[in-house]
Design a protein around this ligand. Structure first.
Ligand SMILES: [Zn+2]
Length: 357
């Protein structure tokens, strides 16, 4: 679908049933084609991308730039394949996101070990984690990569939805970006002008991009028209508050003069500011719900997660990835409530419990 002359909204399939597709955006011009996000690295997504580019008169070898909103596999998964097809293509993301990839995903099994201990600390039984490991569901991630070099091929990983509890990162082929942007930096090409807008929350280095001539905001997973993106506090984020980051990032994109917003899932957002207001209100209500779910005593993150409502079903029915994601969401809310002086944490016997204030 052509959004404005030379800018096209594409579709590539997701790997799971939660969301049917993600939407890359293609900028066409004399200097080949540039993409904002691409899709999963699955054969199905690659085939779809090849067909979509062919309709526009291009081949994968013509891709000159690939902007990445964030490092979830439905956004960055195809990057290494595109780089193989078009070695001169510049892979571009925020430096902050690359730092996060390195710290979490390229340090052997450090993240898995840290995360396992953290799950236990918040009340997930060790047996559940052991069972997940036996089933191969919590396998270590890929080894480190050199600039511009993809990691060895692995089978495609599980689903990773843009909203609600998502899947894991197994099977990713990571690639170091050629260009690491800072917040506010502008990239100009072929008559297009894209400004990087750092929007931490969904991931620490999530990037939206603003196009001033047509007043368009590419929102990645930061703002979606119907679902609310997963915002989680995880084992490696102690000391940060992803939900307060997310709320500030909603206010940040709201402040741009935007004609419409182009998200990575679902459909075009006609009024970005009002959608951001709805999301802010949703989290205000969720903060109250999470606080009430603590009850009258001292309660673990797992039990609080069991007590709140999930659109995707009861917490106890989730697989281990979804539990980790849902627990992370609960904890993101608890962390913000703690900052607001409405709850307090109690650390005892390697366990972390929460109490209302
Ligand atoms: Zn996504």
């Amino acid at each position: 679908m052509e959004i404005v002359p030379g800018l096209h909204q594409l579709k590539t399939p997701m790997a799971g049933p939660a969301l049917p597709y993600m939407m890359p955006y293609a900028f066409t011009g004399g200097d080949g084609v540039s993409l904002f996000d691409a899709g999963f690295g699955t054969p199905q997504a690659i085939e779809a991308m090849t067909k979509e580019l062919a309709i526009l008169g291009y081949a994968p070898t013509d891709v000159r730039r690939l902007f990445i909103s964030h490092a979830h596999p439905d956004h960055i998964g195809m990057a290494s394949w595109i780089k193989e097809q078009a070695p001169d293509c510049q892979v571009i993301m925020l430096e902050r996101e690359w730092q996060w990839i390195q710290a979490r995903w390229l340090d052997g099994d450090a993240w898995t070990r840290l995360s396992d201990g953290w799950l236990v600390k918040h009340g997930i039984p060790q047996e559940d984690i052991d069972a997940a490991h036996e089933a191969g569901a919590l396998s270590p991630t890929a080894p480190a990569v050199k600039p511009g070099q993809a990691t060895p091929e692995k089978p495609a990983g599980g689903p990773q939805g843009g909203g609600g509890p998502g899947g894991g990162q197994g099977g990713m082929r990571w690639i170091e970006p050629d260009v690491k942007l800072q917040d506010g930096e502008v990239v100009e090409f072929d008559g297009w002008k894209l400004r990087a807008v750092w929007t931490p929350g969904h991931t620490p280095g999530h990037m939206c991009m603003y196009e001033p001539n047509h007043r368009l905001m590419f929102t990645g997973d930061h703002v979606l028209p119907y679902i609310s993106p997963n915002v989680s506090l995880h084992a490696d984020q102690e000391g940060s508050s992803p939900l307060s980051d997310f709320r500030a990032s909603l206010k940040k994109v709201s402040s741009f003069d935007t004609r419409c917003a182009l998200p990575a899932h679902e459909f075009t957002i006609a009024n970005l500011k009002s959608r951001c207001d709805v999301l802010l209100h949703h989290h205000d209500e969720r903060l109250n719900e999470v606080r009430e779910a603590i009850g009258s005593g001292e309660t673990s993150g797992r039990v609080i997660s069991q007590n709140v409502h999930w659109n995707t079903g009861p917490f106890d029915d989730f697989n281990i990835f979804m539990k980790r994601s849902a627990l992370g969401e609960t904890l993101a809310h608890l962390r913000l409530l703690e900052d607001e002086g409405r709850v307090e944490r109690i650390e005892a016997d390697d366990r972390l419990l929460w109490r209302k204030k």
